[in-house]
Design a protein around this ligand. Structure first.
Ligand code: NAP
Ligand code: MG
Length: 493
């Protein structure tokens, strides 16, 4: 089956007509260079890496790979800008640049959404309605803080940290870049950003926006490459602060590399969130919440509700309704506005998900997959539900980062709190109930950075986000998101 004929891709007795997003006005260049010191610059090694569309396996373009010399140039440029024009500028002038970038992201939002979906495989509905608007919102939000740091931290003087290295993953490429760049600039730092190797393209459009916004050269530098480039950046002596979002494994590697060094760092890592449904919840709404929390965006969400806990008395009903809803989910062309589940980001990630599904079966889990027909080319995975699993199963303990849900039951509030906390992670969670008291009891006792009540995956730039336990340290978003980029001293004025 081709991705265009996806509308047959459901057993329901109705289908949507295809509603493909036109890509005519999007101009992807033949190649992209590094963005260093305000200019697009060829890499010294002259090597390139293909960026592919995971829905078609076709090459979209090639992107320069930065080497050691390029990293030195980028860090030097950031240092010069930090000691030069950027620190001499008034805070309100700095804020104007952030406002300008925010507006330009809005102006180019359609192009950015399409490129995000082409490069990363996520449904256009999500890139259009979530990723890009939230990226602009982050720049707007932090633009407002630039000249108000004295009010954010009364009685203390806020000074920037210096040059930041920022390393981001592939699941929300532009949004993660905005989460990192906006607070760093608002607080007067300069930076070198490294996007993930499979999704560099919206960062390259952002580089173009930054150039057009006339940001002083060197304030933002964007270097592309793989994990080795990330390693180099973390270990570079010219870096004062590292902001990393990615896996817990790499987060631990970064902590080891920084042990004993005078460098600031924040780590936003993996998750294995519990989504808890009580019998008194509005079940149909909860079903939509479950689907949103684990199946949309292919489960490529750090805060995905990948462990579902259902109160025993409604477990049968919830499982049945969930299966029925899974059947109606449309898997296919990311550029179609009806698509719920797009392409898995890379062949490596697809293999990882498939291997966990095998492990789940070997461990005795009962598998249910929707009967959707997957396209022949590209990387796809059907929405998958495991029941008959227990706390010790690997698919219940380990992050899969795909559309795979494990369902368990509980009888009491205390039992479900204990089960929900039985994980090395603590990024997020969800609770569905009609009773406020239960919401407060659950949210107070689950060790996770964010817990949604009767909703899931709601984000706002003014809310801090971050993990407990092995989900990381430090917060991004909100006033708290300014702190990692500041040294606060007592104000003696
Ligand atoms: P990853 O493998 O850890 O990669 C993240 C970034 O780090 C990529 O840019 C990667 O480069 C780079 N990298 C790889 N090895 C490195 C090293 N040794 N030193 C420094 N940088 C290195 O994670 P991923 O698979 O891309 O992303 C999925 C993970 O991110 C999941 O665990 C998810 O939960 C987590 N995540 C967390 C949050 C949060 O806010 N807590 C948000 C989103 C995602 P290449 O990709 O180019 O190799
Ligand atoms: Mg790609």
């Amino acid at each position: 089956m081709t991705i265009e004929s996806y509308s047959q891709n459901t057993q329901a007795d109705w289908t949507y007509d295809p509603a493909p997003q036109s890509v005519e006005h999007v101009n992807i260049h033949d190649s992209y260079e590094l963005f260093i010191d305000g200019k697009f610059t060829a890499s010294k090694s002259e090597s390139y890496r293909d960026s592919i569309n995971p829905a078609t396996e076709k090459i979209l373009t090639k992107v320069a790979e930065a080497g050691v010399e390029d990293v030195d140039l980028a860090v030097d440029a950031a240092r010069h800008a930090y000691e030069g024009p950027w620190s001499q500028m008034t805070a309100s002038e700095r804020g104007k640049f952030l406002f300008r970038i925010a507006r330009m992201i809005q102006e180019r939002s359609r192009e950015l959404a399409i490129v995000e979906s082409l490069d990363g495989g996520k449904p256009i509905r999500e890139s259009r309605d979530v990723d890009i608007p939230l990226a602009a919102a982050h720049f707007f939000y932090y633009a407002g803080w630039a000249d108000k740091l004295d009010y954010a931290f009364p009685g203390r003087q806020a000074q920037s940290v210096g040059v930041a290295a920022q390393i981001i993953p592939w699941n929300f490429p532009l949004l993660m870049a905005a989460w990192k760049i906006a607070p760093a600039l608002a607080t007067g730092n300069t930076l070198v950003l490294k996007p993930a190797e499979t999704t560099p393209l919206t960062a390259m459009i952002l580089a173009d926006i930054i150039r057009e916004a006339d940001l002083p050269p060197g304030v933002v530098n964007i270097v592309t490459g793989d994990g080795d480039l990330g390693k180099q950046l973390v270990r570079h002596p010219g870096i004062d602060k590292i902001a990393f979002t990615g896996s817990t494994t790499v987060g631990k590697d970064i902590m080891r590399a920084l042990a004993g060094k005078d460098k600031r760092f924040t780590l936003e890592l993996g998750g294995k969130a519990a989504n808890i449904i009580f019998a008194d919840a509005a079940i149909d709404q909860a079903i939509e919440g479950i689907v949103n929390s684990i199946f949309f965006n292919q489960g490529h969400v750090c805060c995905a509700g990948s462990r579902l806990f259902v109160e025993e008395s409604v477990a049968k009903e919830v499982t049945q309704k969930l299966r029925e809803r899974m059947e109606t989910l449309i898997v296919g062309d990311p550029l179609d506005k009806n698509t719920d589940i797009g392409a898995i980001n890379s062949i490596d990630q697809l293999k990882r998900i498939q291997s966990y599904v095998e492990i789940g079966q070997q461990e005795g889990g009962e598998l249910y997959q929707s009967s959707c027909i997957l396209p022949d080319t590209g990387y796809w995975h059907a929405p998958t539900l495991f029941s008959n699993v227990s706390q010790s199963h690997r698919i219940v303990q380990e992050e899969i980062f795909g559309p795979v849900l494990a369902i368990q039951t509980f009888r009491t509030v205390d039992e479900v709190i204990e089960k929900a906390n039985n994980t090395p992670y603590g990024l997020s969670g969800g609770v569905w109930t009609d009773k406020g008291a239960k919401i407060f009891k659950v949210t107070r006792n689950i060790r996770a950075g964010v817990i949604w009540a009767n909703t899931f995956n709601k984000f706002d730039p003014s809310s801090p986000f971050g993990g407990y336990k092995e989900s990381g340290m430090g917060r991004e978003g909100g006033v708290e998101g300014l702190l990692p980029y500041l040294n606060l001293t007592t104000n003696t004025r």
